[in-house]
Design a protein around this ligand. Structure first.
Ligand code: NDP
Ligand code: MG
Length: 386
C-alpha cells in the first residue's frame, strides 16, 4: 500500500489523480486540500477517508467540519493548514496540484517531511526552482514530473546516462489562436480563450496555453527539472498533441513519448515510477491518425514565450515577476476587467519595472510577488480611473 496526499484535490489534476487511485487498489489517500469547494471535498473525504483535509477558506473549513463530524478526519485551514496537509505523517508522496505560486511553501513543507513530490504545480518550480531542486537533493526526495511534457522527457530519459542530453524538444499545441496575429487576437473573449483544442484543464492553465505563457513556464520548469540551459530547450509546435515532448541525445538520436492527451498517464507514471501499470482509456490509432505536423512557435505574436525565455535567462527574481504578473493578469482577464492582449502587456510592464534580485529566498520571492501585484493593481486602477 502506498500513501499519498493531494494538494488541490478538487481541481482538474486533483480529480484525475483520484481517478487513478480509484482504478488501482493499492493507494491510500491520507491528506486532501482544496481552496473552497467543500461540496466536492466532502464527497472525496467520504470516499477516500483521509486522516486530514484542508480548506483554504477558514469559514468554509468550519462548515466542512460540521458536514463531516461523523467521520474521523481532522479539518484544517489557511496556509498553516495547507502546510500541515503537505506534511501529513503517513504520506510518502504528495501530489502538488494547487494552482499558482501559493504552492511554494507547502511543497517545501512536504519535502522537509521527507515526501517525494509528484509535481503538477509548475509555478512553484518556475519561481523557486533554485530553492526546490537543491533542497530535494539535500533531503534525498524525488521531484517526479506530472506535467505531460516533462513526464514525456522524463520517460525518454529512462535508462540514459546523465549529461547526455543535447537538446530538449518541448512540444506545444499552439492553443486555440495558433496562426493569428496580435491584431487578430485583440477582441478575444474569455469563452474563446477557454476552448483548448486538445486538453481539458483548469481555467488558469487553459488561458496560459492560449497565450503560450504556459509553454514559457514549461521552458523554465524543464530547465530546473533536467538541469539544462535555455539554449538547450527548443519549443516545437505540434498541433495534434500526439507527441508529448522529445529529447535529442548527443549522438543525434531523438526519443519521443507519444500518447492520447490524457493526464492520467503522467499522473499514474509519477505515482508508480518506475513501474508502468495498465491504464484504461483511448489508445493512439496510427491507422486513422493521418498526420503529425510540426511548425516553429511565433514569439512575435505570442509575446509570453519570448518574455519567458528572457525572464528565465536573466533568472533571480525575474521569473517570479513574470509568473506573478501572469497570475494577476489572468485572474483580471477571467473576471473581465482587462482585455486579452493586456495579459502579456502586463507581464512585460512588470518585468521592465523590476529591479532583479539574485537567488531570492522564499520571503523575497513572496515580496516580489506582492510588489508585482501592487504595481499592476495601480496601473489598472489608473486606467479604469479608480
Ligand atoms: P484547477 O484550477 O482545476 O484546480 C486547482 C486546485 O487547487 C483546486 O482543487 C482548488 O480548490 C485548489 N486550490 C486553489 N487555491 C487553493 C488554496 N489557496 N489552497 C488550497 N487549494 C487551493 O487547476 P489544474 O488542476 O488545472 O492545475 C493545477 C496545477 O497543475 C497548475 O499549476 C497547473 O499549471 C498544473 N497543470 C495542470 C494540468 C491540467 O491538465 N490541468 C496539466 C499540467 C500542469 P477549489 O476547487 O476549492 O478552488
Ligand atoms: Mg504541460
Amino acid at each position: 500500500m502506498k500513501n499519498i496526499g493531494i494538494l488541490g484535490s478538487t481541481g482538474s489534476i486533483g480529480t484525475q489523480t483520484l481517478e487513478v487511485v480509484r482504478n488501482n487498489k493499492d493507494i491510500q489517500v491520507t491528506a486532501l486540500a482544496a481552496g473552497s469547494n467543500i461540496g466536492l471535498l466532502e464527497r472525496q473525504i467520504r470516499e477516500f477517508r483521509p486522516a486530514l483535509a484542508c480548506v483554504w477558506d477558514e469559514k468554509k473549513a468550519l462548515e466542512l467540519k460540521g458536514l463531516v463530524a461523523d467521520l474521523n478526519v481532522k479539518i484544517v485551514s489557511g496556509m498553516k493548514g495547507l502546510m500541515e496537509a503537505a506534511a501529513e505523517p503517513k504520506a510518502q508522496t504528495v501530489v502538488t496540484a494547487v494552482v499558482g505560486m501559493i504552492g511554494i511553501r507547502p511543497t517545501i513543507a512536504a519535502m522537509e517531511a521527507g515526501k517525494d513530490i509528484a509535481l503538477a504545480n509548475k509555478e512553484t518550480l518556475v519561481t523557486a526552482g533554485h530553492i526546490i531542486m537543491p533542497l530535494a537533493k539535500k533531503l534525498g526526495v524525488r521531484i517526479l514530473p506530472v506535467d505531460s511534457e516533462h513526464s514525456a522527457i522524463f520517460q525518454c530519459l529512462n535508462g540514459e546516462g546523465k549529461g547526455k542530453i543535447h537538446k530538449i524538444l518541448l512540444t506545444a499545441s499552439g492553443g486555440p489562436f495558433r496562426g493569428r496575429t496580435r491584431q487578430e487576437m485583440k477582441d478575444v473573449q474569455v469563452e474563446d480563450a477557454l476552448k483548448h483544442p486538445n486538453w481539458s484543464m483548469g481555467r488558469k492553465i487553459t488561458i496560459d496555453s492560449s497565450t503560450m505563457v504556459n509553454k514559457g513556464l514549461e521552458v523554465m520548469e524543464a530547465k530546473w527539472l533536467f538541469d539544462v540551459t535555455f539554449d538547450q530547450i527548443q519549443v516545437v509546435v505540434q498541433p495534434q498533441s500526439v507527441i508529448h515532448s522529445m529529447v535529442e541525445f548527443e549522438d543525434g538520436a531523438v526519443m519521443a513519448q507519444l500518447g492520447t492527451p490524457d493526464m492520467k498517464l503522467p499522473i499514474q507514471y509519477a505515482l508508480y515510477y518506475p513501474e508502468r501499470r495498465f491504464l484504461p482509456g483511448d489508445r493512439l490509432d496510427f491507422g486513422s491518425m493521418g498526420q503529425i505536423t510540426f511548425e516553429p512557435p511565433d514569439p512575435e505574436n505570442f509575446r509570453g514565450l519570448a518574455l519567458a525565455y528572457e525572464a528565465g535567462r536573466r533568472g533571480g527574481s525575474l521569473p517570479v515577476v513574470f509568473n506573478a504578473a501572469n497570475e494577476y493578469a489572468v485572474s483580471e482577464f477571467l473576471n473581465r476587467r482587462i482585455s486579452y492582449l493586456e495579459i502579456t502587456d502586463m507581464i512585460e510592464e512588470a518585468m521592465r519595472a523590476h529591479q532583479v534580485i539574485d537567488a531570492p529566498d522564499v520571503e523575497q520571492i513572496l515580496e516580489a510577488e506582492r510588489q508585482t501585484r501592487q504595481l499592476l493593481a495601480g496601473i489598472s486602477g489608473k486606467k479604469a480611473g479608480r
